[in-house]
Design a protein around this ligand. Structure first.
Ligand SMILES: [Fe+2]
Length: 269
């Protein structure tokens, strides 16, 4: 899988074909891609479907705006994730990806916004409504690897956007920084190419570098498996017992918990 790692290094994401469509197939992928020395943790794949996500406030009709995954884990969010497509929707459901590093370069190259990238690494903002995390948008991993977080104002409305910290002494400047950052991301999302995963396709994403989102779709049977992945190049595993690590966001009460259990369809009924 050295070619996959090279593709991730170069492009921040890649698609692997013919990976199977089952939860077991998804569970095998992180070790296949990153190998055992490189893999720190990869909890069981979680179901990405209308059935599971609607209960978490994410509907298929939502235009799921650009974000990074794993805000539930604060600044120890997973450095990679993958989505294995099991059932595609014939209409809609395109995923888009935005290169966050390129976006920082674009902001730095414009006189009006050149102050924003350094500010993103210095000014702490409120990152999430789940685990308390008041840290800069841009933090760093081993070897200075840049780790960006992104959460635009909804939809889905279940997720809070990155926002000015209640403790900020410079709330106006922080608000301006976030507004410029989010506006640049939304513009990039509007013009981003859409990726339509087919059954057996696995989309692997550098979650420190890339932002992603999803267009609305029509088929309620659409199903993907999500794996959150922590590697040795990440900022480390969250401080929870490894067997309690999940590939799912927190619920409305802020608790990170597994899915409710396989759906009837998954049990083959
Ligand atoms: Fe996501």
């Amino acid at each position: 899988m050295a070619h996959v790692l090279r593709a991730l290094e170069l492009n921040g994401c890649c698609i692997l074909e013919d990976c199977g469509t089952s939860q077991e197939a998804a569970a095998a992928l992180p070790a296949r891609i990153f190998g055992s020395p490189g893999l720190l943790g990869s909890p069981a794949p979680a179901e990405v479907s209308e059935q599971v996500l609607a209960a978490r406030g994410i509907a298929k009709d939502d235009n799921f705006r650009a974000h990074t995954d794993g805000h539930a884990y604060g600044d120890k969010f997973p450095d990679y994730f993958l989505l294995l497509c099991s059932v595609a929707s014939d209409v809609g459901g395109g995923n888009f990806l935005i290169d966050g590093y390129a976006l920082l370069e674009d902001l730095a190259s414009e006189p009006d916004t050149a102050w924003v990238p350094p500010a993103l690494a210095e000014r702490s903002v409120n990152q999430t409504s789940r685990l308390p995390s008041v840290t800069p948008v841009l933090v760093f991993g081993p070897g200075g690897r840049r780790a960006l977080r992104c959460r635009l104002p909804g939809p889905p409305m279940a997720f809070a956007a990155q926002r000015v910290s209640e403790a900020s002494e410079t709330p106006d400047e922080d608000a301006k920084m976030l507004a410029i950052y989010h506006e640049a991301i939304q513009k990039a999302a509007d013009r981003a190419e859409r990726v339509f995963l087919r059954p057996g396709d696995a989309l692997v994403v550098d979650n420190y570098r890339m932002f992603h989102g999803r267009d609305p779709y029509t088929d309620p049977r659409r199903l993907l498996w999500r794996c959150w992945i922590w590697t040795t190049a990440s900022r480390g595993l969250p401080e929870v017992p490894e067997n309690e690590l999940q590939s799912t966001p927190g619920n409305a009460a802020g608790i990170v918990q597994p899915d409710e259990g396989p759906s009837k369809r998954q049990r083959g009924e």
